[in-house]
Design a protein around this ligand. Structure first.
Ligand code: SF4
Length: 686
């Protein structure tokens, strides 16, 4: 139970999960500081961590369950809320079968976000998991898995050349996928001091690009062309690692033939780069090793994501920059309990998305809108806000209106909760137990998140909600937990670390130190056991086994495809680093530094439209229009504007980027839609 004094915990607001020291007094949280003994964050916390107190104390918190009535959402007690949910879900299961329930989860910034309602789906019997996984990380992981059987982490400390490709870790604090790194500016400073070359490939001058030695200003969505041309140069000039390629890879000859026409001249007009620049980058990547690539979310929200990241993985393999010091490395990781089970029935659109772990959100959306192959009837939205996250907001709402029961658990009212039948008030990270497993270049370790204050009103942790719901439906037999505390105990069992020990020690190492070149003993976790340039898995599933460049198909938003009439500009989007996804734009401490979304525009594009910096404009696309304030950015390519993403909740009421984006096309493997690229026009508000 929470006590007064200072306790060690971890921040649950973003994926980095930095260590915290939280001091609590008689009137609540008094101080939030970084934990200097946390092996990854080493005392660092960002400005968002201080919002933990404001989140706990905000008068906007959801504190009671809300049920939809003809008068709107109205407060009810927990017993009524859970009875209502259990009754609706049981009726839907009896009438349509258990597959008619979908779990929609958001980014796993905490393991509570990752795991809530997973086991419930298992006992309910539905295979249908969806969420924001089509928008972040899983498409990249799918590409790496196909190529080298896992998603390795960049070894920044030993690299001589570091490519930040579609990633901005200085701002996002996301340095790897599971790896805990020290504060990133120190890593960059050390890399520069030892003479490593840092290069950012990004359409916009990100915070990381600004600190790098070079910024390669690529056209948005053209990464596949750059990757293929780099592969072309490396093979044509015989710069690949012949020994590694001969012994540990497959498909080299097919790859060489495949990229023969992907010349730097061909890629130059697609990427907006000079052919010489592409040649030079390829040569340096192949000859200045060890080299690593830090890929990021900049790849994800394009239809091309999986092929683009396949070229990244292939470049690493071609040059032997895999599992050696200074490359990308498979790190040891804590074994944890598994809550989900292999589904007994095929997921929705299994034949369309046979490889992707989840049903990509467009698959669920189209099933809802067209009853194809069948219509989901109920959805549990856990720690997620699909109305704002997914492309084409209007159609997402239209699809959700087809559900017979929509339940949302969250901390604040969201654009998705606003249309739900039932809203359940969730605890924030400071109000419940949790944990996190980290890989690192030292050891894999686990750390505890603990309740430092009680929840406001009747907010509950998701595992309590989940168990109580299961119990009402007679599904509680053998449930492995009843609340967040027992969930932590259950999840840590395979590590041998008890909760009591973790409460005492806070951080416990659970793996041996990492080893390099493991492929020499075990091969790669691919069908052939080799690093596969030609993906057997993709070929078997009916996908292109080698990465292919395709023109963007979302309304001509490309330098080589004519723009649709009336929309001569291209728009990309980004999340300002002071926020996490769509959250916290209702907190005074957060919006003080960034009060509203902005449209970043190059001054000559603004001048042609008679705009001054700060003007309010109408930004329109073939899908819709929003009102937004302009800000100049001289580093943008003329013709390209950039919109801040993540606003549009009822608690902020400002412009949402997904009013403008298209869900007409998606990546055939991951269902990724082009939120980062759409045709648009900007007109001054009169
Ligand atoms: S928000 Fe993220 S980066 Fe900031 S302190 Fe929390 S975990 Fe660390």
């Amino acid at each position: 139970m929470p006590v007064h004094g200072t306790c060690r915990t971890i921040c649950g607001l973003c994926h980095a999960n930095c260590g915290l020291l939280v001091t609590v007094g008689p009137h609540g949280i008094e101080r939030i500081e970084g934990d200097p003994d946390h092996p990854a964050s080493r005392g660092y916390i960002c400005g968002k961590a201080h919002a933990g107190k404001e989140i706990v104390e905000s008068p906007q918190r959801l504190t009671m369950p809300l049920r939809r009535t003809p008068r709107g959402l109205e407060p009810i007690g927990w017993d009524d809320a859970l009875d209502f949910a259990a009754g609706r879900l049981a009726a839907i299961r009896d009438r349509y079968g258990p597959e008619s329930l979908v779990r929609n989860a958001g980014a796993p910034v905490s393991y509570e976000a990752r795991d809530g309602f997973l086991y419930f789906m298992r006992v309910f019997g539905s295979p249908n998991f969806t969420g924001s996984s089509n928008c972040c990380w899983l498409p990249r992981a799918t590409a790496f898995n196909a190529t080298m059987g896992g998603k390795p982490e960049p070894d920044f400390e030993n690299a001589r050349l570091i490519l930040f490709w579609g990633s901005n870790p200085l701002a996002t604090e996301r340095y790897g996928n599971y790896c805990g790194y020290e504060r990133f500016h120190r890593i960059i400073s050390r890399a520069k001091a030892r003479g490593a070359r840092l290069i950012a490939i990004d359409p916009v001058r990100s915070e990381t690009a600004a600190r790098c030695d070079e910024w390669i200003r690529i056209e948005p969505g053209s990464d596949v062309a750059l990757g293929l041309a780099m592969i072309n140069v490396i093979i044509a000039e015989n710069l690949h690692d012949r020994d590694f390629v001969d012994r540990y890879t497959s498909g080299f000859l097919a790859l060489a033939e495949h990229v023969r026409t992907a010349t730097p001249d061909w890629a130059a007009c697609i990427t907006g780069l000079a052919a010489d620049q592409i040649v030079d980058l390829a040569r340096r990547f192949a000859t200045n090793g060890p080299a690593t690539i830090c890929d990021g979310n900049g790849f994800d929200m394009y239809c091309s994501v999986v092929d683009a990241v396949r070229t990244v993985a292939i470049l690493l393999g071609l040059t032997g920059n895999v599992d050696v010091p200074g490359s990308v490395v498979f790190l040891p990781f804590a074994k944890q309990s598994v809550l989900s089970a292999p589904p007994k029935t095929a997921k929705i659109r299994q034949s369309e998305f046979p490889i992707f772990r989840d049903v990509p959100f467009p698959g669920i959306k189209e099933a809802l809108l067209h009853d194809e192959p069948y219509r989901p009837r109920a959805m549990i939205v856990h720690h997620s806000n699909p109305v704002l996250i997914q492309a084409n907001q209007r159609r997402t709402v239209e699809a959700f209106r087809k559900l017979e029961f929509l339940v949302v658990d969250d901390v604040f009212m969201t654009a998705t909760a606003e249309i739900a039948d039932l809203v359940l008030p969730a605890t924030s990270p400071m109000e419940r137990y949790g944990y996190r497993a980290y890989s690192s270049f030292d050891r894999g370790f686990v750390a505890l998140s603990r309740p430092v204050v009680g929840p406001p009103g009747e907010a509950r942790d998701v595992f309590t909600m989940e168990y109580e719901l299961a119990a009402r439906m007679g599904l509680e037999a053998d449930y492995p937990f009843v609340d967040s505390r027992s969930w932590v105990e259950h999840m840590l069992k395979p590590t041998g670390v008890t909760l009591a020990r973790l409460e005492h020690e806070q951080i416990v190492a659970v793996t041996p130190p990492p080893r390099y070149r493991k492929y020499k003993e075990t091969g790669f976790q691919t069908p052939s056991g080799k690093l596969e340039f030609y993906s057997e898995q993709f070929a078997k599933a009916g996908y292109d086994p080698l990465p292919i460049y395709r023109e963007p198909t979302n309304g001509g938003a490309s330098p080589v495809v004519p723009a649709p009439a009336g929309f001569p500009l291209r728009c990309t989007s980004r999340r300002p680093a002071v926020f996490v996804h769509t959250k916290f734009r209702n907190l005074a401490g957060m919006i003080a530094s960034y009060p509203e979304p902005l449209l970043w525009i190059e001054p000559s594009d603004a001048a042609r439209r008679g705009l001054r910096e700060g003007d309010m404009v109408e930004l329109s696309s073939p899908r819709g229009r929003v009102t937004i304030r302009t800000r100049f950015d001289i580093s943008l390519r003329p013709g390209l504007v950039m919109m801040d993403f993540g606003w549009g909740n009822p608690t902020d009421g400002l412009a949402s980027a997904n009013e403008l984006t298209s869900d007409e096309f998606w990546n055939p493997i991951s269902g990724s839609t082009p939120q980062r690229l759409f045709a648009c026009e900007v007109v001054k508000m009169t």
